[in-house]
Design a protein around this ligand. Structure first.
Ligand code: DUC
Ligand code: ZN
Ligand code: ZN
Length: 455
């Protein structure tokens, strides 16, 4: 039997198994896994690991920050960079306008994304203070494909604990999955004011205004409220050991709590904020990057199962935009580009012997897909979307803006050497990147309406 495409001679690595096989693709789906398959088109994967396409459930493309500022990757450049890095599915966000219904906000965000996306995507629905009056629309947003709901304990989107309770109840009743940015906003605001009053305005003070202990406190409080309401909770961008401890304790007690960390916390340390001039502002993101003890704790947590996945919080701002906070760290737009290096970055855990290649696939592909109701993604099995990456474990790359494809004039990973890099990326049976050449096109990606399967 012939297939549209056959990936031949590779070592297939899934979260659960490693084996030599060919993969036959028909009509964009994995049709067969076996030996000596033949097809119209063949991709030779000799010497490569064949893994499911990467799933990054936390990205911010063309994210507006006030009137003037917007994150620099749009849905085309950001998803093209994702494809170069071996990611075939992302989840971005809807932030409804105050006058919009949740479903209108979803339609508006889809109108921005649909013509541009290179890979498939979903959207989390943001429940901010304006949406507390719209909680009766949560069910409709879920029905329209927003299976997950973003809650903030910081920024202008911040919900107080009572609002958090009400939002979580509405999400529970709709069957949705909440995700949360957990920081203690009142403490942060007070510490920022104190540093500013004392003339401490350099980025050095950014992490010192957002203490790890209070990120732990906020995550613990969110977990306790979710437990009280009786629904799962996913903790975004875990930066420190204190949050890992909260997640670990909740899971040990049988609670359906999950957590992610991101490459910036795994590869950078907080002395990056002491770089001279504007360079110290580049890595400003929130939660902030912390010291080496936290970085080590995060790698350990990934290996032990105390953190369940790695996403990026990809949110680049150009040097010119970062300069808005040159004289006041609290005005630096927060966010870094990480979408392209995530898969290879986390592979360093395999290369350094921290965890297996199967665990790497689980962290970057399978666990995020399962949590977020991406039932066709994150695994290699007959019937699933043929989203595949041929990963060359022997290729060594040095990261730089010239090497990467993100639309940003700096990278926090400049000069970092990685072992392993994708040789080809296949999305629904279509080869969209091969040996550094982009073969996809804007608008070929599809919106994925998601429903959540309870844990
Ligand atoms: N932190 C966020 O919470 N969102 C975007 C970028 C960042 O640094
Ligand atoms: Zn966040
Ligand atoms: Zn984010």
């Amino acid at each position: 039997m012939s297939y549209d495409l056959v990936v031949k001679n590779g070592v297939v690595v899934t979260a659960g198994a490693t084996y030599r096989a060919d993969i036959g693709v028909r009509a964009g789906k994995i049709a067969a896994i076996g030996q000596d398959l033949g097809g119209e088109q063949t991709v030779d994967a000799a010497g490569k690991l064949v893994i499911p396409g990467g799933v990054d459930i936390h990205v911010h493309m063309q994210m507006p920050l006030g009137e003037e500022v917007i994150s620099s990757d749009d849905f085309f450049t950001g998803t093209r960079a994702a494809a170069f890095g071996g990611t075939t599915t992302i989840i971005d966000f809807v932030e409804p306008g105050p006058e919009q219904t949740l479903v209108e906000g979803l339609a508006a965000r889809r109108a921005e994304a649909d013509p541009k996306v290179v890979i498939d995507y979903g959207l989390h629905m943001t429940i901010g203070p304006h949406e507390i009056a719209k909680l009766d629309q949560v069910q409709a947003a879920y029905g329209a494909g927003c299976g997950s709901f973003k809650l903030y304990m910081a920024y202008g989107f911040r919900l107080d604990d009572g609002q958090l309770l009400r939002a979580l109840e509405a999400i529970r009743d709709a069957g949705g999955q909440p995700v949360i940015h957990a920081e203690n906003w009142d403490v942060i605001c007070t510490l920022i004011e104190r540093h500013q009053a004392a003339g401490r305005t350099r980025p050095h003070w950014h992490p010192r205004s957002r203490p790890a202990a209070l990120e732990g406190e906020a995550a613990g409080r969110a977990i306790d409220i979710a437990n009280f309401v009786g629904l799962p909770l996913h903790i975004f961008h875990v930066s420190c050991a204190e949050v890992v401890e909260r997640i670990q304790a909740a899971r040990a007690a049988g609670r359906p709590i999950t957590g992610e960390t991101c490459p910036q916390y795994l590869f950078l340390t907080w002395d990056a904020y002491d770089a001279p001039g504007l360079a110290g502002a580049f890595p400003v993101c929130s939660p902030p990057i912390r010291d080496k003890t936290h970085q080590d704790a995060l790698w350990r947590a990934l290996a032990r199962g105390d953190l369940q996945m790695v996403t990026t919080d990809h949110c680049p701002f150009t040097a010119q935009t970062k300069a808005l906070g040159l004289h006041d760290f609290s005005q630096i737009p927060g966010g870094v580009p990480s979408i392209e290096m995530r898969l290879a970055g986390v592979y360093q855990g395999v290369a350094r012997g921290h965890f297996s290649a199967n665990r790497w696939v689980e962290l970057c592909c399978t666990a995020p897909a399962r949590l977020m109701g991406l039932s066709q993604k994150g695994d290699i099995a007959p019937g699933l979307d043929a989203d595949l990456v041929l990963f060359d474990p022997d290729r060594r790359v040095t990261l730089s803006t010239a090497f990467l494809h993100e639309r940003c004039d700096w990278t926090p990973y400049d000069g970092i050497e990685l072992q392993g890099w994708p040789a080809a990326t296949i999305s629904r049976g279509e080869v969209i990147v091969r040996e550094g050449e982009f073969l996809g096109e804007a608008g070929r990606g599809r919106f994925i309406a998601r429903r959540i399967t309870p844990p």
